[in-house]
Design a protein around this ligand. Structure first.
Ligand code: KIV
Ligand code: NA
Length: 262
């Protein structure tokens, strides 16, 4: 299959084609998502919560993101792969943003990077784009600012959201994630920018949607946001399977003859 590029991803909006994005952090899950036909795989810093077990994404390092991106790249043939810039690897200065984004591309192999912020990050977006790095922005609820925002809350400031969207579009972003805003605000932003809006808890009018792999598959019980539709209960399936294994080991029915060398 032909690899989807950032310009193609951006152009989907003009065709009215909705974009399906999912997160992945390793080879196996990335390969499954790619073969299932997603348009874009996001190596999200949500890895800090659903893989590392932290309460926020703040502790995730650039080296960890590079490692996960390398794992994901080996499983992907078609999807556009976007890697998250973790907390404090781009906020210091546009120079820091380019250096960190460059590492995700050079060492990780990512096709593009994502960073959080609108108006306040316009210079960082511009610097990366000027360096030839496609940037997906992220506005609305920006989880790296969770302590400043006072929790993972729905963001209702319409003026701020529209200013943020306009800023990242003007700075050259090829798409923008919109997280946890009322549906009518998601629709307003989507109508106001020419780049695709990728919603997560931002309503059905967005040009695409993104979900966290572990949330959509029922693998992450710690926290269930309203927007996280469960498409499967893999957590339940895993528990049942491992319980069966434990039982069979203990009662001696595993391994059977067909699992045994003679
Ligand atoms: O880290 C992540 O998974 C994300 C998506 C939820 C957009 O940023
Ligand atoms: Na993220």
């Amino acid at each position: 299959p032909k690899q989807i590029t950032a310009p193609e991803f951006r152009a989907a909006k003009a065709r009215g084609a909705k974009l399906a994005v999912v997160t992945a952090y390793d080879y196996t899950s990335a390969r499954l998502c790619d073969e299932a036909g997603v348009d874009c795989i996001l190596v999200g810093d949500s890895v800090g919560m659903v893989v590392q077990g932290h309460p926020t994404s703040l502790p995730v390092t650039l080296d960890e993101m590079i490692y996960h991106t390398r794992c994901v790249m080996r499983g992907v043939r078609r999807a556009l792969v976007v890697a998250d810039l973790p907390f404090l690897t781009y906020q210091v200065s546009p120079r820091q943003a380019v250096r960190s984004a460059g590492r995700l591309m050079k060492e990780g192999g990512a096709h593009a990077v994502k960073l959080e912020g609108g108006v306040r990050m316009r210079a960082a977006v511009r610097a990366c784009v000027d360096a030839g790095i496609p940037v997906m922005a992220h506005v609305g609820l920006t989880p790296q600012a969770v302590h400043q925002l006072g929790g993972f809350k729905v963001q209702r400031d319409a003026e701020q959201l529209l200013a943020d969207g306009a800023a990242v579009e003007a700075a050259g972003a090829f798409a923008v994630v919109v997280e946890s805003v009322p549906a009518e605000l998601g629709a307003k932003l989507t109508a106001a920018v020419t780049i695709p809006t990728i919603g997560i808890g931002a309503g059905a009018a967005c040009d695409g949607q993104v979900l966290v792999f572990h949330d959509m598959l029922g693998l992450f019980p710690d926290f269930k946001p309203k927007f996280a539709k469960r498409y499967a209960d893999l957590g339940g399936a895993v528990k049942t399977a491992v319980e069966s294994y434990c039982r069979e080991v203990r009662d001696g029915s595993f391994p059977a003859a067909e699992h045994t060398f003679r």
